[in-house]
Design a protein around this ligand. Structure first.
Ligand code: FAD
Length: 456
């Protein structure tokens, strides 16, 4: 049974000191060897594992024939962001998990091949760029993967699409959350520029709800609205000391570094504290990105505190491996109970307890329980809390009749229509926590919007 062609990575001891991309990408020879491994199954199970149902054997076959442009055409039938998905999708739980080769040995590296197809064609012009316009205006709120995907699909059908974004730049979490060493901004720019060339209008620095309301958009002649505002509200542990200085929430920390370029202060205006002994609380992608970013800002030690075991960590396997290679320490089955400050109000230690796993909850995950009298102290000068993100209530609270659930997620029907006629929603503001699930919802919503506008 053939083995997967591993993607070359930069040396961990060098890369941990800079923000350049960790994975190098396949060479043409490596791509051909990997593409050859695909069995071209008659009933391709991999497609079933992909939330946007990319015709995976088809694009791999084009690569094998050394036709990356044709491969891209197949990818573009289902995704506007292949270079992004090839880099950050949790393929091990999706398409690659279903690969028949993986049942007995190693699955095909579908994500790496997708990345190759996108990167190899990054500088080529899109051949079918002209689409006849139908004059119907659609507003998209939020320029993350859900909004860009929905907008991209509508553009390709001739709609006039305007995306409103509250920040001064586009991409949502892809730009302000996921760091450069995993997803270079220039890769994201290539994909967003293709959408701009298709005619996507991007209106930045506009917080819908406050700058203008959804009703204002309808009054301006937009015939439907897609709400894709993500979930950017941090969760706090609710324990003593959490308001001490140098305790950041992951979103603030990552936004400062990724979007505001605080790593280059004072050339850029926004500062960020550079911790020496940093403690990260959490076990998801956000925790891993915060830990590896703190390391790159010069930390001597970075310790990740997580209340379950590594098996339960939601972060992608590749990110966990990379983090460990770079020297991030994992303190699993550990939970903070108190943050301790110095006399000036700066954090100087975290009091933790050891945990053990008990019986599974309804979702099947084993519930962590405190081990009695196991308290101990970790000294630190900076803590980053990465405990999950919730929907931001601004837009729903300022939109009449827009219904949300108890956690603030916007409620939608099977067509992604909200309780307000003509207003659709998708992505993390509805449910989910991956780029590809946000994109999947964006695609479905685009179809529903077209049906709604044509009464089909
Ligand atoms: P977002 O990407 O959050 O975009 C929403 C956009 O809406 C933002 O730009 C925001 O500024 C804007 N907005 C908000 N409110 C308003 C308003 N009122 N008016 C106008 N604009 C507004 N997923 C993966 O699959 N793989 C990963 O490796 C991965 N890593 C991650 C790392 C981090 C640090 C984080 C935070 C998340 C990660 N995720 C990852 C999850 C993934 O990024 C999200 O699921 C996805 O970005 C959600 O897409 P979205 O379009 O719904 O929202």
């Amino acid at each position: 049974m053939s083995q997967k062609i591993k993607m070359t990575q930069r040396d961990s001891q060098i890369r941990k000191k800079d923000f350049k991309e960790v994975n190098i990408g396949y060479s043409k020879t490596e791509m051909l060897l990997e593409a050859k491994r695909c069995l071209q199954c008659k009933v391709p199970m991999c497609i079933k594992g992909c939330p946007v149902e990319i015709y995976i054997p088809g694009f791999i076959e084009c690569l094998l024939e050394d036709k990356p442009k044709d491969a891209l055409k197949i990818l573009n039938q289902k995704t506007s962001l292949p270079a992004v998905c090839g880099r950050v999708c949790p393929q091990e739980n999706q398409c690659e998990k279903n690969c028949i080769l993986g049942m007995k040995g190693e699955c095909v590296s579908i994500g790496n091949l997708e990345r190759y197809a996108a990167d190899a064609t990054a500088n080529s012009e899109d051949e079918n760029i002209y689409v006849e316009k139908n004059g119907i205006k659609i507003a998209i709120i939020g320029s993350g993967p859900a909004g860009l995907t929905c907008g991209g699909d509508l553009l390709k059908q001739g709609y006039n699409v305007t995306v409103f974004e509250s920040l001064h730049d586009t991409g949502g979490v892809l730009r302000y959350g996921i760091p450069e060493f995993r997803l270079p901004k220039k890769v994201l720019d290539v994909e967003i520029n293709k959408l701009k060339k298709l005619g996507m209008k991007l209106v930045l620095n506009t917080l819908i709800g406050r700058t203008k309301t959804i009703q204002d958009l309808f009054d301006e002649g937009f015939k439907a609205v897609f709400v894709a505002v993500g979930a950017g509200l941090p969760t706090f542990p609710n324990i003593p000391g959490e308001n001490l200085n140098n305790i950041y929430c992951s979103n603030e920390f990552l936004v400062r570094v990724n979007l505001m370029r605080s790593y280059d202060f004072p050339n850029y205006d926004t500062p960020v504290y550079r911790g020496n002994n940093v403690v990260i609380v959490g076990g998801g992608n956000t925790a891993m990105d915060s830990a590896r970013t703190a390391l790159r800002l010069g930390a001597e030690s970075v310790k990740l505190v997580y209340r379950r075991s590594e098996n339960e960590m939601p972060a992608r396997l590749e990110e966990r491996i990379h983090a460990k290679e770079e020297g991030i320490e994992f303190a699993t089955l550990t939970n903070p109970v108190k943050f301790i400050g110095d006399k000036n109000g700066f954090v100087k230690a975290v009091e933790c307890v050891k945990m053990e796993l008990g019986d599974p909850d309804e979702s099947g995950r084993r519930i962590p329980k405190i081990v009695e009298n196991s308290n101990y102290i970790i000294e630190t000068d900076m803590v980053i809390l990465a405990l999950g993100l919730n929907p931001n209530p601004i837009l729903p609270s300022l939109t009449d009749n827009l219904e949300v659930d108890s956690k603030g997620h916007i409620l939608v029907d099977k067509n992604y229509m909200t309780s307000v006629p003509g207003v659709f929603a998708g992505g993390d503001i509805v449910v989910g926590d991956t780029v590809i699930s946000a994109m999947g919802m964006g695609k479905q919503a685009a179809k529903s919007i077209m049906r709604y506008l044509t009464n089909n």
